[in-house]
Design a binder for this molecule. Sequence first.
Ligand SMILES: Nc1ncnc2c1ncn2[C@@H]1O[C@H](COP(=O)(O)OP(=O)(O)OP(=O)(O)O)[C@@H](O)[C@H]1O
Ligand SMILES: [Mg+2]
Length: 457
Amino acid sequence: MAKILIADDDPTILSLLNKILLSKRHDVQLAEHGGVAEKLLKSEQFDLLISDIKMEPVDGMQLLKNTRKLRPHVGVIMLTAYATVSTAVEAMKEGAFDYIPKPFKIDELLETVKRALDYQKSIAEQISGSSHIEAKKYFGNIVAESDGMVNVCEMIKRVAPTKTTIMITGDSGTGKELVAEALHSFSARSEGPFIPVNCAALPETLIESELFGHVKGAFTGANTNKEGLFEASQGGTLFLDEINSIPHPLQSKLLRAIQNKKIRKVGGTDEFAVDVRIVAASNQNLEMLVKEGTFREDLFYRLSVITIDIPPLKQRPEDILPLAQHFISQEMEGSEFPVMDNAVLAILQNYVWPGNVRELQNVIQHCMTFMRDGKISKETLPSKLIVSYEENPGAQNAALTGEFGKGKSLKAFLRAKEKEYLKNVINTMGGDKVKAAQELDISLATLYRKLPEEKGS
Ligand SMILES: Nc1ncnc2c1ncn2[C@@H]1O[C@H](COP(=O)(O)OP(=O)(O)OP(=O)(O)O)[C@@H](O)[C@H]1O
Ligand SMILES: [Mg+2]
């Protein structure tokens, strides 16, 4: 069942269409001209609009244009007398799905309605991801479609409930903190605190007292006793991010704290027990640092009892669109899910993402700010993505994209061949696309869909 709006100034047509569509159990609303239809479109959600072209005072073309702006997801079918077929073709250039000449056969009408609804549905699925690109989420918020990321999530599930220290590695922006949070929330300590600390952001002189606390008078300025981050994480998880920047002298103290589960405050004499799970992350190769002598080998082994390595985004292109969709949903403020051009999908898929998931998140935020009429088009994207695509289209992920890229998949090959054939037929018909569509035994809408570049010509 779909919700269909019909606009026509001819009451007999209105009631006929009403009857036909009701018999197919659609939910139908009637409007006697474009203005009435527009009001209804503003206040209600429809799947499809069937509109006459000639109407007073607001005609079908105007209604079509306004609908594209107001509700870009709504499919539009134009009704037209034979005399106005050329206008109907115009309408398709404006984004109508197809047209039905009057008088029409009921079968034909129902067939076109069905095709329009199927098409709308597939578009909606593509962009709102209700089917094939639906973001598979783990722990409520980790999008994982690629094998690489699914493995990471399986690993989290397995090791989160254990007591071991866990090391997370991955390039900047790959989701290390998100994984650390998941490790915490999937552990028996989930009721306790999760405290992230960026070791690189703490000045060397303060880092010890930040981590372990200090007693009053331990150094100039230590006017009171201070609780450290270890103590604050009691019963929970302490996430030591960028652990590679812990100064060498402090590394042994950290090792002792982890091994003995006891700490001593700066300036203090007593040791006291802390029950804290340590999760650490590094965006530098710690093994290399061990070799260079800047990171203690014993601490390295202690920390990396279990290591979770998050692959860079360019190695898991299957995650790109589901992540984009996930970030769009986060940014939406009660508005409709935006329509995303295929060109945009191709560009997102093609980019190498040096800044990984965080960069993708920023790009989506940019798009949501600059998009127009609920549509994310190529122009909405930051220019660096377009430049990179134009310089090297189909480069990065071609082999894996199939659908969108210009890779070597069979699908891509068949598509290219199909295009070639369609263009040949159009040429044989002297550029007349209506005739070409007839010759090909497909609708004009289908022809335009397969050759979107012909639409504007
Ligand atoms: N698989 C994912 N699913 C959903 N959101 C993700 C995923 N991976 C990363 N993010 C989001 O991307 C952003 C960056 O992730 P995060 O801060 O965890 O990365 P990081 O590896 O810690 O980065 P940095 O090295 O810069 O500290 C966050 O907003 C995070 O929620
Ligand atoms: Mg981080």
